[in-house]
Design a binder for this molecule. Structure first.
Ligand SMILES: Nc1ncnc2c1ncn2[C@@H]1O[C@H](COP(=O)(O)OP(=O)(O)OP(=O)(O)O)[C@@H](O)[C@H]1O
Ligand code: NI
Length: 312
């Protein structure tokens, strides 16, 4: 197996008005070349912070520690200028919120063309040709009529696909997409899903952040479940959906409409995030004394990883 991205003991801590939020609190994960990994978890679990940390895109009010190795280079030790040559080129990001992520005063074509110009091709007429091809690929047609449009004239689904086009315009090896199906209707969800599947066919490594489980099920090879800043389970997609191990993951599946919409009792409190033990124990029906005393370590169980004392 060829590991393309390896994350070790990653921490992202935000400090705002004297409080520290441990958005990512000791994440280890490796991503294999050409695989599609879905990171799932409830709102606030740290999914976006993890994605942003991989690309060095976090705001200044946070501290990042750990290792993010891309093809052997630790990205967290690179200077901003070195990182810029990789970001948008080798590693690209599709941000959340398509409406806010595009520049309203620039044409969509110019925005998709920017990474092409920066990372692939300096000849402007070749750049334009490549942008037309990208528009065709994301099914925004006819491309010649759409290339000079401004974002306001696009629907939410078209904007989301344009953000994916911007992400892939620099010919990345790894594309990290944050909630690419959020806030769009079912038809557009299907077209984003088809688009990402087409990228997977091209061999692009995909890390997809989502809380849409059916989307993850359709797309991913592996599933990583995040809870309160930590990855609590990593499994092959099929075995995950056949029988998740971690009590939180089991609860997630039981809360799906097709499984009877049984919500997980309780909610995550900010104070739990600075707790020494297992952070899910406040909501866990299996919680034992040990879960309070020490945070569960990752244990390997039939080729998958789970962070829960039930499996020790
Ligand atoms: N810029 C910031 N300043 C301070 N705290 C932040 C900032 N960004 C995120 N956080 C905090 O970090 C934690 C993780 O946030 P993050 O956005 O990564 O969660 P998420 O899993 O992506 O959630 P969602 O599904 O809602 O996008 C949250 O508690 C959030 O309040
Ligand atoms: Ni997010």
């Amino acid at each position: 197996m060829n590991t393309i991205l390896e994350v070790q003991e990653l921490h992202v801590h935000f400090s705002a008005s004297g409080n520290v939020t441990r958005a990512v609190d000791g994440v280890d994960i490796s991503i294999t070349q050409s695989e599609t990994l879905a990171v799932i978890g409830e709102s606030g679990s740290g999914k976006s912070a993890l994605g942003l940390a991989l690309l060095g895109l976090l705001p200044a009010n946070c501290t990042v520690a750990g290792i993010v190795r891309y093809r052997g280079t630790d990205l967290l030790t690179l200077s901003e200028s070195k990182l810029e040559t990789i970001r948008g080129g080798k590693l690209a990001w599709v941000p959340q919120n398509p409406a806010g992520a595009m520049n309203p005063s620039m044409t969509v074509g110019a925005q998709i063309g920017e990474p092409v110009y920066l990372h692939v091709e300096k000849n402007r007429s070749v750049v334009r040709k490549k942008v037309l091809e990208l528009l065709q690929f994301i099914r925004i047609t006819p491309p010649e009529e759409r290339i000079d449009s401004y974002p306001y004239s696009f629907s939410g689904g078209m904007l989301q696909r344009s953000l994916v086009a911007m992400g892939i315009a620099g010919l990345p090896e790894v594309l990290i997409a944050d909630e690419p199906t959020k806030g769009i209707d079912i038809m557009n969800r299907q077209s984003v899903s088809a688009l990402l599947r087409a990228l997977r066919e091209k061999g692009i490594t995909l890390l997809v952040i989502t809380h849409d489980l059916s989307f993850a099920r359709n797309l991913a090879d592996r599933i990583a479940v995040m809870y309160s800043g930590r990855i609590v389970e990593v499994r092959e997609k099929k075995s995950f959906f056949n029988g998740p191990l971690h009590p939180y993951a089991r609860g997630m599946l039981l809360s799906l409409p097709e499984n009877g919409l049984h919500p997980i009792a309780g909610r995550t409190r900010e104070s739990d995030k600075c707790d020494g033990g297992c952070r899910f124990r406040f909501r866990c029906t299996y919680a034992m004394e040990r879960c309070r005393a020490e945070p569960p370590l990752i244990t390997l169980h039939d080729g998958s990883a789970v962070r829960c004392w039930l499996y020790d």
